[in-house]
Design a protein around this ligand. Sequence first.
Ligand code: FE2
Length: 203
Amino acid sequence: MAFRLIDLPYADTALDPAVSSETLSYHHGKHHQAYVDKTNDAIDGTAHADKPLEDIIAAARGSNQGLFNNSAQSWNHGFYWHSMTGNETQPSDELKAMIEEAFGSVDKLKEELKSRGAGHFASGWVWLAEKGGKLSVEETHDGDTLADSDFNPLLTIDVWEHAYYLDHQNARPKYLEGVTGDKLNWKFASDNLARGTTWTYPK
Ligand code: FE2
């Protein structure tokens, strides 16, 4: 069964002004769609055709760079759409306590996400992730992902230029300021932490 482009979990104006509807129309409707289409083309008629996306990513890692890039980018973007929201949310008590232990406060975590995101060289992803009961900010380059890692990813921010160039041109810090300001979906992060296993891309 082919993977589908998952719907945005909000109206395309919900993330204004951090991420505009114009950016979403290209980023979701063109970029993410292309990653999903290329993944489906690559697995059609193969042993991967009916596997979960996470298994395909793991199988392709290190052995099939084209399929890895497209399957990982399909997963990363699905996870990214859910990592943001237009309705401000708060971390659960459990997540808030772990953030305070690891970073000092939610605001200090936001500063860490902004500085790691701004400093990330070229394209990639910045993550809030959990492993062994501890939180950390992680970075992956290009299309790399935490989907098949031993981290439980809680949130991610896309720092590829296509995520912000239409809205903020080269000012990646302005995009990061907007996303971390009031658009991060702490409910999604709290649910990911409480579940204790990595989010799965819907079939
Ligand atoms: Fe992207």
